[in-house]
Write a protein that binds this ligand. Structure first.
Ligand code: PHE
Length: 442
């Protein structure tokens, strides 16, 4: 595991790794369809509220725990609980969440590979009238997505096995800003579409009558998912931070960049949805049906779309690597496996479950593991893990330890430290609990 220590040797490396984990399919694929099915503006507002009120303090606490304990989960909880294992169960929630996320995430990541190839051969730049919904359905119901799961999990495994995180880091240093620029270009393109205003109104004009417990629960789950929180991902990564990494500043940067990418995706998708007469409540297939229509009417659509899906695949890979790392670190630290055996085991289990999720759109429709894993991990396990982590960091972990980590080599304004503790002790647990109870009552 020593190669990972060098992975985080620079300040930029920390940002590339953590933003690489946060920015992924959660922003570009999941956010638009969640917002689309949950009333647009009302969802966005709740989402931003959760990101900054709960998300930032929980990232800070995960960072502080990881750097202080210098171990992943569940070891971090034990270390910070004077060696007692009473809080280790939070780690088990994290591991369960990680396995579920890997399973369905690899399916969607696989779709991006298919779409990269389709783009390159010009399938989104012809002049034929398409029924995107039918085409996408036919693709997802077939055997190809299963094949792409195997390919994507294979690439993921190779990267983790070879320990080439340095390579990935360098690549994502270039590709992440490029993805951002491309998103900006697509935004401008979408805003010029006829009927763009309706899409923008849908996204930015909250209709408060839409604010149901389901919408609030969805927004909270999305905040945890998108920030890679509640499952020890940031704990594991922070265990490789240097002592002078400013934890609060980094947390705020991650939350801001991540939210910005989600909003940009919304600004691309919704004007196009309304302009092409589609429904925003399409569900997980939304982005894959809308984007090809945008590319088709862009000049140079073939190059744009190839580049876009390739970058989306890279963004997915950096996220999938971070989720996989949680499980691999657990196998190595806790089960004392060798790193290559741990990687192999994870790749095997992930591929099998991933294929089962891929088949959820076809032969295994009744089982529908894909949506079950997505829902259980994001809406139950991550908020539960996040709530327990914040209770742990706020009440069990010594306050002086938390402050010392948040302060690092810099200065921690008193008010900021207190605000974080208040959020960890009261606000985050109360919000998650309230949303859960409200969700159970519907
Ligand atoms: N945050 C990632 C995304 O938005 C997904 C993820 C979830 C990664 C949990 C790590 C842990 O795509």
């Amino acid at each position: 595991m020593s190669d990972k220590r060098t992975f985080f040797s620079t300040r930029l490396g920390v940002l590339a790794a953590t933003v690489g984990s946060a920015v992924g399919l959660g922003n570009i694929w999941r956010f638009p369809y969640e917002a689309g099915t949950h009333g647009g503006g009302a969802f966005l507002l709740c989402y931003i509220f959760f990101v900054f009120l709960i998300g930032v303090p929980v990232i800070c606490s995960e960072f502080a725990m990881g750097r202080r304990s210098r171990t992943g989960i569940p070891g971090a909880f034990q270390h910070l609980n004077k060696g007692r294992s009473g809080w280790n169960w939070i780690g088990w929630i994290g591991i369960a969440g990680a396995v579920m996320i890997i399973s369905f995430y690899s399916v969607v990541a696989g779709w991006t590979l298919e779409y990269t190839i389709d783009s390159a051969v010009g399938m989104f730049s012809d002049h034929v009238q398409h029924n995107r919904h039918a085409e996408f359905l036919a693709f997802t119901q077939g055997w190809k997505p299963s094949l792409w799961v195997v390919v994507f999990m294979g690439i993921n495994g190779l990267v983790l096995l070879g320990g080439v995180q340095k390579g990935i880091e360098r690549v994502s240093n270039i590709l992440m800003p490029l993805l951002f620029l491309i998103l900006l270009a697509f935004c401008i393109n979408s805003l010029l579409l006829p009927g763009a205003g309706e899409g923008l109104r849908f996204l930015f004009n909250p209709d408060f009558s839409q604010l149901t417990p389901t919408v609030i629960l969805g927004a909270m789950g999305q905040a945890f998912f998108s920030l890679s929180l509640g499952m020890g991902c940031m704990i594991t990564y922070a265990s490789y931070f240097k002592d002078d990494t400013p934890l609060m500043k980094t947390s705020i940067q991650i939350a801001t960049l991540d939210t910005l990418v989600a909003i940009l995706s919304g600004v691309i998708i919704f004007p196009a949805v309304f302009s092409f007469g589609m429904s925003p409540a399409e569900g997980p297939t939304l982005v894959f049906e809308v984007l090809p229509n945008i590319f088709q009417q862009m000049s140079g659509g073939r190059i744009w779309s190839t580049l876009f899906f390739l970058l989306l695949a890279v963004a997915s890979l950096t996220s999938l690597i971070s989720v996989s790392e949680i499980a691999i670190a657990f196998f190595v630290d806790h089960l004392k496996m060798k790193r290559h055996m741990a990687t192999l085991t994870l790749t095997l289990v992930g591929t099998i479950l991933g294929v089962l999720c891929a088949l959820s759109f076809g032969p295994l429709k009744n089982l529908d593991l894909f949506n079950a894993f997505d829902y259980i991990s994001s809406n139950i396990l991550l908020p539960l893990g996040g709530m327990s982590t914040s209770i742990f960091a706020g009440w069990v972990m010594k306050r002086s330890t938390l402050y010392a980590e948040l302060q690092g080599k810099g200065k921690l304004p008193r008010a900021a430290g207190e605000a974080i503790v208040i959020s960890l002790r009261w606000i985050a647990p109360a919000c998650v609990l309230a949303v859960f109870i409200a969700g159970l009552m519907i």
